[in-house]
Design a protein around this ligand. Structure first.
Ligand code: NDP
Ligand code: 1BO
Length: 321
């Protein structure tokens, strides 16, 4: 359940409590493919009231994101009220590379700790791996060794929480079999066009909070949920925008979510989701959207149809879909 708190300006914001006891704000700003990371982050924090930013080393924008955070701090935002997430990229997925990768991320972001550090994808890629991967580009992944290094980062106060992205139930169960510190967060693609109910339930059962990525259906080759007739119908009925309905739907499922936008008016719009709710009937109607399909299925990154180790997207997702 989301909990409501007030900002110093009296605005209501919802948060979720993690296994660690820390709070994660229900809405964060996504930064993948952001064309205006510094301005967007600074505006989101200072003008729109965001306190949660999601980035990753792989996005190539950490320096600009860090500059945006720094500007916001200069404008009076307290670092302690922020929740900053970054992610360990696939080329760094071996035990000896975890700590240097985190230190590099902290340097780029100009921060001395992260609120959340996530394994970006549970597959190791060779340096210089191509898309799609050539034979030998996708390597074995020492999950236990990498997780132990992530746990050390928590113990050294370099990161407050650790977690994973793009895991299957099989991989989550493996992680839980040896984790001394359980993952606080599992970040997964989730929206009405890909509800991924099974993974959401598996996480809830283990007390693991889910952050829904691509809540609007993503971009470029993504899924246009903004113009989905059901989403438009609910938005019209509630006098909200389709983007707001999609963000609110994610929160009412018990997930935090991280919509990305380059446009300030949309960034503002996407966080004005706290003083109202989608009625149960409309919420359920949004849960019936057909053609359930991932946008980010990992094919380009990890599938090599002739040389493996993953010859299909079904292999990537452990045949669980
Ligand atoms: P989103 O679902 O957030 O969609 C972004 C697209 O929606 C952009 O084209 C944006 O355009 C548009 N948009 C934003 N707000 C509105 C609005 N109110 N009305 C209409 N259109 C809107 O896609 P992402 O894939 O970027 O996902 C969000 C974030 O999740 C990422 O940025 C990243 O931080 C994270 N992520 C994590 C992954 C992982 O593997 N862990 C994978 C994918 C994403 P414009 O910018 O022009 O406004
Ligand atoms: C390839 C990276 C997907 C966005 O997190």
């Amino acid at each position: 359940m989301a909990q409501a708190t007030l900002t110093p300006h009296g605005e209501k914001v919802e948060t979720f409590r993690l296994l660690s006891g820390h709070l994660i704000p229900a809405v964060g700003l996504g930064t993948w493919k952001s064309e205006t990371p510094r301005e967007s982050v600074c505006n989101a924090l200072v003008q729109a009231g965001y306190r949660h930013v999601d980035t990753a080393a792989q996005y190539g924008v950490q320096k600009e994101v860090g500059a945006g955070i720094k500007e916001a701090i200069h404008a009076g935002i307290d670092r302690k009220t922020l929740f900053v997430t970054s992610k360990l990229w696939c080329t760094e997925l071996s035990p000896e590379r975890v700590r240097p990768a985190l230190l590099n991320t902290l340097g780029e972001l100009q921060l001395d700790y992260l609120d959340l550090y996530l394994i970006h994808w549970p597959f190791r890629l060779r340096d210089g791996a191509t898309r799609p991967p050539k034979a030998g580009d996708v390597l074995d992944f020492d999950m236990e060794g990498v997780w132990k290094e992530m746990e050390k980062l928590v113990k050294e106060n370099l990161v407050r929480d650790i977690g994973v992205c793009n895991f299957t139930m099989k991989k989550l169960n493996k992680l839980l079999s040896f984790a001394e510190i359980k993952p606080s967060v599992c970040q997964m693609e989730m929206h009405p066009g890909w509800r991924n109910d099974k993974m959401l339930e598996a996480c809830k059962k283990n007390g693991i909070h889910v952050t829904a990525y691509s809540p609007l259906g993503s971009q470029d080759q993504g899924r246009d949920l903004i113009h989905d007739p059901m989403v438009e119908r609910v938005a019209m009925k509630l006098n909200k925008s389709p983007g707001q309905v999609l963000v609110r739907w994610a929160i009412q499922r018990g997930t935090s979510t991280i919509p990305k936008s380059n446009h300030h008016e949309r960034i503002r719009e996407n966080i004005h989701v706290f003083e109202w709710e989608i009625p149960e009937r409309d919420f359920q109607a949004l849960c019936t959207i057909s053609d359930q399909k991932r946008v980010l299925d990992g094919e380009e990154l990890f599938v090599n149809k002739t040389d493996g180790p993953f010859r299909s997207t079904a292999d990537v997702w452990d045949h669980e879909d």
